[in-house]
Design a protein around this ligand. Structure first.
Ligand SMILES: Nc1nc2c(c(=O)[nH]1)N[C@H]1C(S)=C(S)[C@@H](COP(=O)(O)O)O[C@H]1N2
Ligand SMILES: [Mo]
Length: 269
């Protein structure tokens, strides 16, 4: 398949219940397409050169053979594009011995003070309007995943820390929320709605993204987001919402506390 076709396929793969593209989406789509054209044209130039170099006795564009070098370059470019735009790139991990014993603590907007973990429920709003209310014990029964990685705060500090919980993608599969993953964004808010984040779906579904309930193999203390927080290694700390109260899905950007203060909405690393 031609690269251009692939590019448009990559773009149209979100067959979710979306309507019009927002201006931002149009801009990023345009940037993406022009970057693609740049690669295609660059590849064609290089391919042309390779062709001149390797097949001086053939007429360009006539035999299939003549296209081979160009084809190879296009295929290589496609790999580059897929790598750049895929969220499958894994964040570097470390042995757990390297994790900080005293985990740094930052702000607690919407997660201040104690919480009655027994009465806490995670509410998940499904596409059909149905509301799931899930207790922490139910979440702890799901397959556990641990990660030790370098947590980075936009304020300029970072620290290797060790978290445990359920992969967001496992949580989605268990609660049969596959249809919801066709939306473009996930929104999460604290129970009091004081702190809230929006995350693009590919980053939420990234294999290292966790709904975490442990730090250093112990239940999260309130200051680190008891009973459940987001650990999303592909993003800066600001997106790692502590004390999740609700999860929603949408094609428009969910409100985001720090984006409202002028920080980059995407906040990717
Ligand atoms: N509810 C809530 N979650 C939050 C914040 C917050 O103020 N309130 N701060 C964020 C920021 S800026 C960072 S760096 C991390 C800090 O997490 P930690 O306190 O466990 O180190 O939490 C993030 N999640
Ligand atoms: Mo932060």
């Amino acid at each position: 398949m031609k690269l251009t076709k692939k590019l448009s396929k990559v773009f149209s793969k979100n067959k979710g219940p979306k309507k019009e593209l927002t201006v931002e989406q149009k801009i990023s789509r345009r940037n993406f397409i022009s970057f693609g054209s740049f690669l295609v044209l660059g590849g064609a130039a290089y391919g042309g050169w390779r062709w001149l170099y390797t097949s001086p006795n053939e007429v360009p564009g006539i035999t299939g053979e003549a296209h081979k070098p160009l084809r190879a370059v296009l295929n290589a470019n496609e790999k580059v594009v897929r790598q750049l735009y895929s969220n499958k790139n894994l964040v570097k991990t470390y042995p757990k011995e390297m994790a900080a014993k005293v985990v740094r603590h930052n702000s607690d907007i919407g997660s201040e003070g104690l919480i009655d973990v027994g009465n806490w429920k995670l509410s998940v709003k499904k596409q059909n309007g149905e509301l799931l209310n899930i207790g922490i014990d139910e979440i702890k029964k799901l397959p556990k995943t641990e990660i030790v990685y370098d947590f980075k705060c936009v304020e300029g500090w970072d620290q290797i820390s060790h978290w445990g919980g359920v992969k967001f993608s496992d949580f989605i599969a268990h609660f049969k929320l596959d249809a919801e993953t066709r939306f473009e964004y996930v929104g999460m808010e604290t129970p009091d709605k004081e702190y809230y984040v929006g995350v693009d779906m590919p980053s939420a579904m990234h294999p290292q993204t966790l709904l975490a309930y442990e730090v250093n193999e112990k239940p999260l203390p309130p200051k680190h987001g008891a009973p459940l927080r987001l650990i999303i290694p592909v993003k800066y700390g600001i997106k790692n919402l502590k004390r999740i109260g609700s999860i929603t899905f949408s094609n428009s950007r969910p409100r985001d506390y720090w984006a409202e203060q002028g920080y980059d909405y995407y906040a990717g690393l």
